[in-house]
Write a protein that binds this ligand. Structure first.
Ligand code: ATP
Length: 494
């Protein structure tokens, strides 16, 4: 049977294989590639767009359909510029950067130091790596920029291009993209491309609560594009300048935030496991430095091919955002808590607290693809070698669910195949293919991750059965045409 050359922790050197595979099979292309691309911006192709939609739909359903106290909205990307003043993004949404004076290359300080620590690890200098990272965490937590520069200089951390230690001071660099709204004639205003979807939820909190007659605790979910002018944009779709977030803000009574923080921490990890991510490839990472709005925060990290990195953030945002919007808009964004009276406490108007779950759709995509990608090889019965590249994407997420393959292009086999296609295509995505040998067609379906193939042959004409082939085990069995649709539907149910 097949030997999995690539287990989930794909060696970093083979990450490039996944990137090439994504391009070759229509999953992901570099943006505007014919003009040599745009750094850290990517387009999803015909396969990728469908996988991304399936992930988004599953998240949306899990949040808004399964939880009867969570509703979904779709706020605009452009927002009144004061939103970002109130949220703190204009003043605080920045990363410490440092420039090398010889190469003029700009680095995010944490990335520069992490890169140095990785090099030390590769040279088995574990103690030094740990020590440097621990010092960095402390200095970042204190916003000690002079200390960060000293750490870089003391360890003689060099620029990858000039190979010198000739550094500028450490400075803050705002990550928001700005543009102008309105024509010049009518005094154009600077506005920002949203760096997170969350603020669209906060400014709509009262609209949704009132129009939906929602009672605390309740959540508002949203998926959509976010934009950050990442300085060191790298690792394929892990860190992009335009990306998609799936966020949910859960509005709660003040004082209950740790209870809900722990609830969502568990819930979200379970959700990731429900899409086939092995529990041992996920871990929690508590934040050392809390963002200006949080009283507790952690990341759910996944072991990407290039190491453990953040996949999702869970933040207890207190009443910071709503209070700030009250302050800047001069509108009350409070909740009238009727239930308090029933509990024997006086009625109360208060600003709700919020626990946020925020996952990057592109990072989730990368997680699924890097787990799914396998390069398998095995010995055939006659002793010869065989191999394949397969995307073992969970059936419920795979772009195409069923390939329908007439063995020959004649003898009425395509007609039967098209009938099966007509019967199934309203319920799930089917791929019809009559070219090439059946072996080649199976390999192509493996490469794009289609979990089931049915082959129509001469026996089909006699007994109305087809061969179904399972992608993961490569086993085959004969089943009645009448059972095909039900079988696939059972396996792909959300
Ligand atoms: P990082 O520390 O990796 O920069 P972050 O802590 O700034 O991430 P959050 O602001 O918590 O990220 O955003 C929530 C989620 O959005 C992240 O967990 C991640 O999945 C996703 N995300 C953030 N920035 C990017 C990006 N540049 N490209 C792709 N996804 C991103």
């Amino acid at each position: 049977m097949a030997n999995e050359a690539n287990n989930p922790a794909l060696p970093a050197g083979r990450f490039q294989e996944i990137i090439s595979h994504c391009k070759e099979y229509g999953y992901i292309f570099q943006s505007s590639e014919i003009y040599d691309g745009l750094s850290a911006v990517y387009d999803y192709g015909q396969m990728g767009a469908q996988l991304k939609k399936n992930l988004r739909d599953y998240w949306w359903k899990s949040m808004t359909q399964i939880h009867d106290n969570i509703v979904g909205i779709d706020a605009a990307i452009f927002m009144h510029p004061t939103t970002w003043k109130a949220s703190g993004h204009v003043d605080n949404f920045s990363d410490p950067m440092i420039d090398n004076k010889d190469s003029n290359k700009r680095y995010r300080v944490d990335h520069l130091i992490e890169g140095f620590a990785e090099e030390q690890l590769a040279m088995s200098k574990e103690e030094l790596a740990k020590e440097v990272l621990a010092s960095m965490d402390l200095l970042i937590a204190k916003d000690d920029f002079a200390g960060l520069k000293k750490l870089i200089e003391d360890n003689k951390i060099k620029c990858g291009i000039s190979k010198t230690c000739n550094w500028t001071d450490v400075r803050q660099f705002n990550l928001m993209f700005s543009t102008q709204i309105g024509s010049l004639a009518e005094e154009a205003d600077t506005i920002y491309l949203r760096p997170e979807t969350a603020q669209g939820i906060f400014v709509n909190y009262l609209n949704v609560q009132k129009s939906g007659r929602l009672k605390l605790p309740f959540g508002i979910a949203q998926t959509g594009k976010a934009f950050r002018n990442e300085i060191v944009a790298r690792q394929f779709i892990f860190r992009m300048r335009e990306f998609e977030q799936m966020e949910m803000q859960f509005f709660i009574r003040p004082g209950t935030q740790m209870q809900w923080f722990n609830y969502w921490k568990e819930e979200r990890k379970k959700w990731h496991e429900s899409i086939g991510i092995p529990a041992e490839k996920l871990r929690y990472h508590d934040h050392v430095k809390l963002a200006h709005y949080a009283d507790a925060a952690l990341d759910i990290e996944f072991e990407f091919p290039f190491g453990w990195k953040e996949l999702e953030g869970i933040h207890s945002r207190t009443d910071f955002d709503l209070k700030q919007h009250e302050l800047f808009s001069k509108k009350k964004l409070q909740y009238f808590d009727n239930d308090l009276n029933e509990e024997g406490k006086p009625y109360g108007n208060y600003t709700p607290y919020v626990v946020e779950t925020s996952v990057g759709l592109d990072r989730l995509f990368l997680t699924v693809i890097s787990l799914a990608y396998k390069n398998e090889s095995w010995k055939k019965e006659d002793g010869s070698d065989d191999s394949r590249v397969v995307l073992k994407i969970p059936p419920m997420l795979a772009p195409y669910k069923l390939a329908i393959l007439p063995l020959l292009k004649k003898d009425g086999l395509p007609e039967i195949a098209k009938q099966i296609m007509d019967d199934c295509k309203a319920d799930f995505y089917c791929f019809y293919e009559e070219k090439d040998s059946i072996g080649k067609r199976y390999r192509r379906m493996d490469a794009i991750g289609t979990p089931f193939c049915v082959t129509i042959d001469h026996q089909t004409k006699e007994d109305n059965t087809v061969t179904i082939r399972y992608r993961d085990s490569m086993t085959q069995e004969r089943i009645a045409i009448a059972d095909v649709k039900r079988l696939v539907m059972e396996k792909i149910a959300f």
